[in-house]
Structure formats: structure tokens, C-alpha cells
Design a protein around this ligand. Structure first.
Ligand code: SAM
Length: 286
């Protein structure tokens, strides 16, 4: 094992048992050499329960009646809510300049469009989508933006709508001035309530198909910069749960460093205005 020594005893094979349980329930995977990092992240929770070893904590997670509630804390412990406004904006531009216009150009009465930000962290991604839609003239169209994350702590920050400097590193200055106002006595900026009202937040674990089913039917899914923490098998399972619900032709955006090519037969990689996006294949496709 590398890194800091765990402060509680973790006799073999407990680190691997915990690693596999976390993988099964959250999709997040720690390589053999990174189990010490996993133990460090869980240390505070194990101590909070008065555990004398990681085996005690494993039993709580796996068998105890406190287990289901405890998993929420585990998701918080593993959450890496690194994000910012206008991140990888070429994909959002493809949405507002191409995908949304095509949706509303379809003949007949306008159908509502749902956009799902599936690992939204502290909200910068779905709020960027809401701002971009407004900027490009789609503010009054029937577009629903739903956003979710497994971490309750990240969602609480998203719902609060208060942001500090780190979140603004890519947002053009005029937009910062238009949509944010200073909070008296603090160094955070408050997002325009009208933008906040466009997004609804939900706690959803991507590794639980019964939870993702509610939103997988969205024609547009942003699921960016979360698969980097998942194993290939977990990613494949999440993709299958998306594919079961998504309409043919639906668009799935993932992070620039995330490739799904060897992990799914249900999506094709394509480009929209220079941005990479996966498209749900027609259901009859092999
Ligand atoms: C790096 S952030 C990505 C934020 C945003 N999508 C972006 O690209 O800027 C990764 C987020 O994935 C969330 N996450 C990790 N495992 C998850 C799971 N099993 N289900 C849902 N969200 C998860 C974390 O809580 C964290 O907020």
C-alpha cells in the first residue's frame, strides 16, 4: 500500500473488500495501489461511527441498518466537485446553436426538451447551460434543465447559487457582470435567481439504474468528467442505463478526456459544430 498509513487497522483483505464494495455501489474505482487513498477518504466516517477498525466500518456499509444513510456520506467523501462556468464550452455552444434549434424546427407543436446534467457537482455546468440558452435566444422556450449528483454536499452548494473566484476562470467578463451580483460583506457572487429557477436539482447515483431511469429518457445528457473516476465496467453499465431510456438520435456529452469507444455499442461518436458528442443509435442498429 502507498501513501499515508491508515489510522485504523485494516487487516487484509479488508482494503480490497471495501474497494470492491465502493466500486459496486458508486462506480468509483481505486486501483490496487490506491487503496490507501480510499481508506484515508473513509477514515473520518469510520471514526464518526466509533469503529475500531475498517472491518467494523465495512460491516456498517454492507449490513447495518445505518448503511443506506451512510452511503450518502461516502458519496460526499469521494466527490471531487472540481468544475467551473463555461467549462469545455464548445459542447454547450453545439447545444444552443445546433441541437436546440433543430429540436424546435421539427414540424408540429413544439415538444418540450429536457436536458440532464448528470454529474453536476456544485451547479456550474447546468447553470452555464441555462445562461447560454438565455444568451442565444432560447430563454422562453419549453426547455427543462434537470441536474443531479450523488453528493448531497455538492448539491447544497448548487442550490445556494453562491460562487467564488475559482468558478469564474473561463466565464467571459460581460456574462459575469450580467448574471452575478456581489454578496455584501463576502467575497462570493450570487447567481441571478432567474437563472437558478431554470434548473432543478436531484440526488442521483449514476451507479444505481433504478435512480437514473427517471432521467435517462432525456434527449440531451451532459455527463462530463465523472467517468474518469469509474472503472470501464461501471461506465458500460451507466451507458446501458442511459441507452435504455434515451430516444434514438439523443445526444450524450462526456468530458474531453473521456472516450467511450470501446465501452458501448449503443452510441456513435460524431461532431456537432466541431464539438465531440455521442449519439444514441437507432434502436434497430446492431
Ligand atoms: C469533477 S465533477 C464534474 C462536474 C461537471 N460535470 C464538470 O464537468 O465540470 C465530478 C462529480 O461527479 C460526482 N459523482 C461521482 N460519483 C458519482 C456517482 N456514482 N453518481 C453521481 N455523481 C457522481 C461527484 O460527486 C462530483 O460532483
Amino acid at each position: 500500500m502507498s501513501g499515508l498509513a491508515p489510522l485504523l487497522p485494516a487487516p487484509d483483505p479488508v482494503p480490497l473488500l471495501l474497494r470492491d464494495l465502493v466500486h459496486e455501489r458508486t462506480g468509483v474505482f481505486f486501483e490496487d495501489g490506491r487503496c490507501s487513498t480510499l481508506l484515508e477518504k473513509l477514515h473520518e466516517r469510520a471514526v464518526a461511527h466509533g469503529c475500531s477498525s475498517y472491518l467494523d466500518y465495512y460491516y456498517i456499509l454492507k449490513f447495518d441498518e445505518k448503511g443506506p444513510e451512510e452511503w450518502h456520506h461516502v458519496q460526499d467523501a469521494f466527490s471531487v466537485p472540481e468544475t467551473y462556468f463555461w467549462r469545455e464550452f464548445d459542447q454547450v455552444r453545439a447545444l444552443v446553436d445546433d441541437i436546440v434549434p433543430a429540436w424546435f424546427a421539427e414540424p408540429g407543436p413544439a415538444r418540450p426538451l429536457r436536458i440532464w446534467s448528470a454529474a453536476c457537482a456544485t451547479g456550474e455546468e447546468p447553470y452555464s447551460i441555462a445562461m447560454a440558452l438565455r444568451e442565444h435566444g432560447w430563454g422562453a422556450h419549453p426547455i427543462e434543465i434537470v441536474a443531479s449528483d450523488a453528493s448531497a454536499a455538492a448539491l447544497a452548494k448548487a442550490r445556494a447559487g453562491l460562487y467564488r473566484e475559482r468558478s469564474f476562470r473561463a466565464l467571459p467578463e460581460p456574462l459575469r457582470e450580467r448574471y452575478f451580483s456581489p454578496v455584501p460583506g463576502g467575497n462570493a457572487l450570487r447567481l441571478d435567481p432567474a437563472i437558478m429557477a431554470r434548473v432543478s436539482f436531484h440526488q442521483i447515483n449514476l451507479a444505481a439504474p433504478d435512480q437514473t431511469a427517471a432521467f435517462a429518457a432525456s434527449p440531451v445528457i451532459f455527463c462530463r468528467n465523472v467517468f474518469i473516476y469509474f472503472s470501464p465496467s461501471s461506465i458500460s453499465r451507466v451507458l446501458s442505463s442511459f441507452a435504455r431510456g434515451m430516444p434514438a438520435g439523443g445526444h450524450l456529452f462526456v468530458g474531453a478526456s473521456e472516450s467511450l469507444l470501446k465501452l458501448t455499442h449503443e452510441f456513435d461518436l460524431t461532431q456537432v459544430r466541431g464539438a465531440f458528442v455521442y449519439r444514441r443509435k437507432p434502436l434497430s442498429s446492431p
